[in-house]
Design a protein around this ligand. Structure first.
Ligand SMILES: CC1=C(CCC(=O)O)c2cc3nc(cc4[nH]c(cc5[nH]c(cc1n2)c(C)c5CCC(=O)O)c(CCC(=O)O)c4C)C(CCC(=O)O)=C3C
Ligand SMILES: [Fe+2]
Length: 345
């Protein structure tokens, strides 16, 4: 059965290098026109070289696509799945050209990014527009599904993965364990400019409001009480520019000082365990915790959790307006990210 009104599904992701020689060109693509200090770039290059130049993100996209194909087939949904990245092969513009050559006319797209802000939402829309522009009049229409931060298909896998992580702590540490919900830091100006103007997202704009709600939703659903914090990771940019804080490492130090003995870090700002999770949490933050004498475990991100996979079909139905938008919060979902929404700062 065709899935009206669409004739294809497109996964749009960040992209990552898959060989040592890819690392520098990839970083050049990511940082083109951005104010990122050279030292930071050299440092981030090292993160990739530590893993042989291979970011896990592309393989994670392949796994997600395989799971989506199985889910669509099981539900009788006949939508071919395409994949394009913003910064590495397969590049979005090449994929849009291929869709045009295949005669695809109307596409529903999902980004591997759950929240509203320039980097997570507007930049995906802008890059889709640029890719269509490059292909010309034959390019298909592409409708992006909304930031899905408060969808049960995003929240429920995080709940399950947080409980799994708590299980990995020594038994006598579980009761007193503290949760650290970790998301990508962004410049505070970008955070304030996230979400549509005029919407009351509270302090910090839509991004911080959404993060606060997801942390609350996950912790309420655990069935056991744990104190928690919202922390940030993977800061870049010049030191003079304010970014969202506290950094996960700084917060670990404060907590150790205050007598916390066990933490579970929940990477709720991300869809898969890509390099920013593997390096910044599994190497760096876990090392910080070890030095501080803290018990440390990290929860998995949603990845290919079955509930996350079925969410895609529900969001396609929402985008096609067959289904009412469904979220666990009353925050505006930034559906079409109107002009002026999710600005850079
Ligand atoms: C909000 C957000 C997400 C989550 C939402 C989403 O997923 O979209 C995200 C994801 C990712 N970020 C990634 C990698 C990088 N991000 C960088 C730089 C930046 N990210 C930013 C924000 C975000 N980034 C920002 C404000 C910058 C500063 C430059 C700018 O204003 O744009 C840089 C440059 C070097 C550095 O400074 O770190 C790299 C290499 C990878 C790939 C990982 C892999 O390879 O597995 C992924 C999934
Ligand atoms: Fe937006």
């Amino acid at each position: 059965m065709p899935y009206e009104p669409y004739d294809a599904f497109l996964l749009v992701s960040f992209g990552g290098p898959e060989a040592e020689d890819d690392v520098i060109p990839f970083l050049e693509n990511v940082t083109r026109g951005r104010n990122i200090p050279r030292e930071r770039l050299a440092e981030v290059g090292q993160h990739y070289y530590l893993y042989g130049g291979v970011s896990p993100i592309n393989e994670q996209c392949r796994e997600l696509i395989a799971a989506l194909q199985a889910d669509f087939a099981g539900a009788g949904v006949e939508l071919p799945i395409y994949w394009g990245n913003r910064f590495w092969n397969p590049m979005l513009s090449d994929t849009v050209a291929r869709m045009a050559a295949d005669g695809v006319r109307r596409v529903v797209a999902m980004a591997t990014s759950a929240y509203s802000n320039y980097s997570s939402h507007r930049a995906y829309l802008d890059d889709i527009a640029a890719a269509r522009e490059a292909v010309g009049p034959e390019a298909p229409d592409i409708e992006l599904i909304r930031p899905f931060f408060d969808h049960p298909g995003f929240v429920e896998p995080l709940v399950e993965h947080t409980l799994d992580a708590l299980d990995r702590l020594p038994r006598d540490q579980r009761g007193g364990a503290r949760l650290l919900f970790s998301a990508h830091s962004i410049p505070t100006a970008m955070a304030e400019a996230s979400g549509a103007p005029g919407n009351d997202h509270g302090p910090g704009g839509a991004y911080v409001a959404q993060l606060g709600e997801v942390a609350r939703l996950v912790s309420e659903r655990l069935g056991e009480e744990h104190p928690y914090d919202l922390v940030y990771q993977s800061r870049s940019g010049p030191p003079s520019q304010p970014w969202l804080e506290p950094d996960v490492n700084d917060r670990l130090a404060e907590l150790a000082e205050q007598g916390t003995t066990a933490v579970v870090v929940v990477p709720y700002g991300f869809v898969s365990d890509h390099m920013e999770v593997k390096y910044d949490l599994d190497n760096e933050a876990s090392e910080t915790a070890r030095e501080l004498g803290l018990h440390y475990v990290r929860a998995l991100s949603p990845g290919t959790h079955p509930r996350f996979v079925t969410m895609a079909r529900e969001l396609v139905a929402e985008r096609a307006a067959w289904a009412e938008p469904f979220g666990l919060t009353s925050l505006p979902a930034c559906h079409d990210c109107p002009e002026g929404c999710c600005r850079q700062g």
